[in-house]
Design a protein around this ligand. Structure first.
Ligand code: CU
Length: 224
């Protein structure tokens, strides 16, 4: 599929599904951009052409004769077809990212609150809710190339856990625990944001995700 707009060039792609989301953005942009340019060209051509005085008098057309409205109905069917193409690809990516949650190597807890992110790592035993759990605020330490499931909660209002390099966004809803997943493909330090207006400190709700190698991740756990 033609994909001349690649957002991956603007923001690093660091999760297993980041390229799928980029493909979708590129697909939608391409399929919307071309009809947009064509229809604007036709519009300006007609404005120019019919602005000459006494060129052609406007007629009242009821559209009962199919030939008279083909200029409307054919582009309309093309747009509907493009919509269906977008929906088919979008459902595929949605199922991968949001619904088919793979078996985790590790389960963590994420809690949004006004105005910080709290993270709970299960620690050495790999089990949440035990004594060796590691709680951090505004820094999430994870291991590269491992499937993580997260249990996302909110302590107060709507927040949204967003990791741009993962192409991941998930609302945190008070009273609910939402399970999601990611698998980081590169080490490094990247931004976490809150993507839901959650009060006056919303803009301060930035955090960091530190994606570590197995060795430095185990080191981090042992040094706690
Ligand atoms: Cu927030």
């Amino acid at each position: 599929m033609f994909n001349f707009f690649n957002p991956g060039l603007l923001v690093d792609t660091v999760s297993s599904y980041a390229h799928d989301v980029d493909f979708l953005i590129g697909l939608i942009f391409s399929l919307v951009f071309i009809p947009f340019v064509l229809s604007e060209l036709v519009l300006f051509y007609f404005i120019f052409k019919f602005s000459k005085k006494n060129f052609l008098k406007a007629k009242y057309i009821e559209g009962e004769d199919p030939k008279e409205k083909k200029w409307i109905s054919i582009p309309h069917y093309i747009v509907l077809l493009l919509d269906v193409i977008i929906i088919i690809f979008a459902i595929g990516v949605w199922v991968d990212v949001k619904q088919d949650i793979p078996k985790p190597d590790r389960i963590i807890e994420i809690e949004g609150r006004q105005w910080a992110w709290n993270f709970t790592d299960p620690g050495l035993d790999g089990i949440l809710g035990t004594k060796d759990d590691i709680r951090t605020t505004n820094v999430l330490n994870i291991e590269v190339n491992k499937v993580y499931n997260f249990k996302l909660k909110s302590a107060d209002v709507l927040h949204d856990f967003s990791v741009p390099v993962f192409r991941l966004k998930q609302d945190a809803i008070p009273g609910r625990e939402i399970t999601g997943w990611f698998k980081a493909t590169k080490t490094g330090v990247y931004d976490i944001q809150c993507a839901e207006m959650c009060g006056i400190g919303h803009g301060l709700m930035s955090a960091k995700i530190k994606i570590k190698t197995k060795k430095s991740y185990i080191e981090w756990i042992n040094n706690r």
